[in-house]
Design a protein around this ligand. Structure first.
Ligand code: ABV
Length: 265
């Protein structure tokens, strides 16, 4: 995969030289280039922003340096590259979107600063790219760079050969719509806190069932919104019993929360 990142703070992307993503670059699995937007300006002051038409606070990124940068990075390739524009006004970045983007030949990330990029860049870019404004979550950063660090890591680790043991990709939080179960290592007793006895039992059926129950328990507690969209169509009797204890019944392949104080609650 080829990834190009355009930013006025290319040094912000330095962590992409480290760890698994850095290794993927060294191994040639990932070809990642970071570009300084200012190198595509032509004026003496290397200006990238200007005041907003219509008034208001802050500055807007000028269109021409962006057009020059995006033209420079989108040379060649069989398919249109995907242009990802981090923005609190974008669609949510999810594990499902990470899997989808991991299939692309080329991704280009456009890191905006100030109040945003002149919207005409987004319109013009649709001729050359598949444009995806993407949000990491409902909070505001100073620019897209930190969002790009997160997205490149989430996408890069899905490329074949980046994560050493592919099995560790399978059982992760969010892959099956539930949060991950808690994990423990030695010693079995630590500062008067004990590892749950079932994990020391050697009974792998019971361990799998306990972990599944913990996934449900955690998801109910921390992310009840995920229970509403969970695919409950193919659950085992043990799963349905665990969910009943947590106050959820299966109705038409979905989970339905039993009214507080109702039967089984
Ligand atoms: C991009 N906040 S993504 C540019 N959550 C500026 C702010 C910002 C992003 C996000």
């Amino acid at each position: 995969m080829r990834i190009d990142v355009v930013s006025i703070f290319p040094e912000y992307l330095a962590p992409l030289e480290l760890s698994l993503i850095g290794k993927a670059r060294q191994d040639g699995i990932l070809q990642l280039n970071v570009h300084d937007l200012r190198s595509f300006t032509t004026d003496k002051h290397r200006t990238v922003d200007d005041t907003p038409y219509g008034g208001g606070a802050g500055m807007v990124m000028k269109p021409e340096p962006w057009a020059q940068a995006l033209e420079a990075v989108s040379q060649g390739g069989a398919s249109k590259p995907v242009l990802i524009v981090p923005s609190p006004a974008g669609e949510r970045f999810t594990q499902a979107l990470a899997y989808e983007l991991a299939e692309e030949q080329q991704l280009v990330f456009a890191c905006g600063r100030y109040e945003g990029i002149d919207e005409r860049v987004i319109d013009w870019a649709r001729e050359h790219f598949t444009v995806r404004p993407v949000s990491l979550g409902d909070y505001v950063l100073n620019g897209g760079e930190v969002a790009v660090l997160a997205m490149v890591e989430a996408i890069g680790r899905l490329l074949p050969g980046v994560v050493g043991n592919p099995e560790s990709l399978i059982e992760e939080s969010h892959s099956d719509g539930l949060l991950e179960y808690p994990v423990y290592t030695k010693p079995s007793s630590w500062r008067e806190h004990e590892v749950p006895a079932v994990l020391l039992s050697g009974n792998h059926g019971k361990i799998a069932q306990w972990r599944r129950h913990e996934q449900f328990r955690r998801t109910v507690e921390r992310r009840p919104d995920l229970m509403d969209t969970f695919d409950a169509g193919q659950l085992s009797r043990a799963d349905r019993n665990a969910l009943a204890e947590l106050g959820y019944d299966v109705v038409g392949g979905r989970l339905r929360k039993r009214p507080e104080g109702g039967p089984q609650g």
